[in-house]
Structures are given as C-alpha cells and as structure tokens.
Design a binder for this molecule. Structure first.
Ligand SMILES: C[S@@+](CC[C@H](N)C(=O)[O-])C[C@H]1O[C@@H](n2cnc3c(N)ncnc32)[C@H](O)[C@@H]1O
Length: 241
C-alpha cells in the first residue's frame, strides 16, 4: 500500500496516531472518527476488483432476504446508507416487487467511484448520512437500508431518529449485516475507535422504535437457516404512524 497508494498510506498513519490520543465524546474526536471511516473505506475500495466479486449460495440467500425486506411494496424508493459498491442492487431484481428509485450514499469517495463504474446510470453520491438534510422539501424514501454500516455510528438512537425523518409514511428502516453479530463483535475488538457500536439489540430497538413512532417487525422465519443473528442479522423497523 505504501507504494501503490502513498497518499492514503500516509493519511492512515497520521490518523492512526491521532485517534489513539483523541478524547472520546469531543467534537474533534467525532470528526477524526468520520475521517478515519472515510479513509479506511477509501483504502478498501482502492483494492477491490473492478467488476465486483462472486457470491456463494449462502450469501446469495442472505442478500435476497435483505432485498425482499427493502422492497415491501411495489416501486419502493430506497436509500442505501453506506452503500459501498452497491452490492444490494443485483438482488433487487430477484424480489416479488419491482424496485423504485435507488439512491446509494457513502462517506467514502472511492467507494462511490467504484459503485458508479460498476452500475452506470444509478444514483450514487458521496455523503455523510447524518448530514443529509431533513424537513420540508427534502427528499424522502419508502425504505432506508443500513447494510453493514450502522456499527460505524456512535449514536444509533440519533441515526434511527434521522432515518425516521427521511421516511415516507408507512416506510421501513432495514438494519442488516450479512455476516451477523459475531463478525461485528470481532471487527470492534480490532478497532474500537473505528467501530464504536455493535449491531443493536432487539430490546434497544424496541425502546427506540416506541420513541419514534416505529415498530420492530417480527422476523419472517421461512428460511430457518437465516434465523441466527450471530451469523445473519436482519431487523426491520416499520413506520406505525
Ligand atoms: C461494511 S461497508 C458496507 C458496504 C455495503 N453496504 C455492502 O454491504 O456491500 C460499510 C460502508 O459504510 C460506509 N459508512 C460508514 N459511515 C458512514 C456515514 N456516516 N455515512 C455514509 N456512509 C458511511 C463506509 O464508508 C463503508 O463503505
């Protein structure tokens, strides 16, 4: 990396030493964390294969389950938060309902460039989710998806509140991770500053849901092999107002 991506390499090194000294909870610590997330995923994107990888049958079933939770009614508009290269897109075609407008956002510019080159003509944008504008005249969605991205936020209550304000009535917030809770636990053990949160517990989601006019939906148990949150996490919050 030092030779192939020298700029990313030197910024990673400098952020690494700053982050070990950052005071948790301070504004500069929050900014530093965001920059570290951005640089980390810029680095990952720089080494991804240009055409996207292959998907085994287990991952395929998980991705179809995620896509189906997103397209809960015909022509759902979908905001994919932390979209990476837009990996969910190809599974939307396998769903009962046709997809509506798709909008992928990611804090990593390299991920967005890679997503655009893999899916020409699809709307991808470099953006920090918490900075998306809300209120009158702002864009709203039928589904807001966090696929493998919610653990990068310090305050998940704030994230869900913000997502709710970007939802159309009867919309859904889909929180998922194809590798499940155990993977994120290990990811966090590797770097607590980069991964400040675990995947939210059902009790936590129930509490936040009530405060925000949402309900935590029962899991569809059709495919019992996908029912263990340790290896596949999928939670859906539906607007109940
Ligand atoms: C594990 S990757 C998941 C990528 C994709 N959803 C997938 O499943 O292939 C997590 C992504 O979340 C993005 N991310 C983290 N924090 C973010 C934020 N505040 N706003 C937007 N994207 C963010 C990262 O840049 C990274 O690309």
């Amino acid at each position: 990396m030092k030779n192939s991506e020298p700029q990313l390499y030197s910024e990673m090194q400098s952020l690494g030493s700053k982050s070990s000294n950052a005071e948790s909870g301070s504004e500069s610590s929050a900014q530093l964390r965001e920059r570290l997330v951005e640089i980390t995923w810029d680095t990952v994107a720089a080494f991804l294969p240009k055409a996207g990888g292959t998907v085994d049958s287990v991952l395929e079933r998980k991705m179809i389950a995620i896509a189906q939770s997103c397209l809960h009614r015909p022509e759902c508009s979908l905001l994919d938060v932390g979209c990476g290269t837009g990996s969910v897109l190809k599974f939307l075609d396998d769903c009962e309902h046709a997809a509506g407008e798709y909008h992928g956002i990611d804090i990593s510019g390299n991920m967005i460039e890679s997503a655009k080159s893999q899916h020409p003509g699809v709307l991808f944008e470099k953006a920090n989710f918490l900075q998306l504008p809300v209120g009158e005249g702002c864009k709203k969605y039928d589904t807001i998806l966090f696929n493998g991205s919610i653990q990068f936020f310090v305050n998940q209550q704030e994230v869900i509140r913000h997502a709710k304000s970007l939802l159309h009535p009867a919309g859904r917030i889909v929180i998922t991770h194809a590798n499940g809770e155990e993977f994120v636990r290990q990811e966090q053990a590797g770097n607590r500053f980069l991964v400040p949160s675990l995947l939210p517990s059902t009790d936590f989601l129930e509490e936040i849901a009530i405060k925000n006019g949402l309900v935590v939906m029962e899991r569809d148990g059709t495919d019992s092999s996908l029912n263990d949150p340790a290896s596949f996490y999928l939670q859906v919050l539906a607007d109940s107002e």
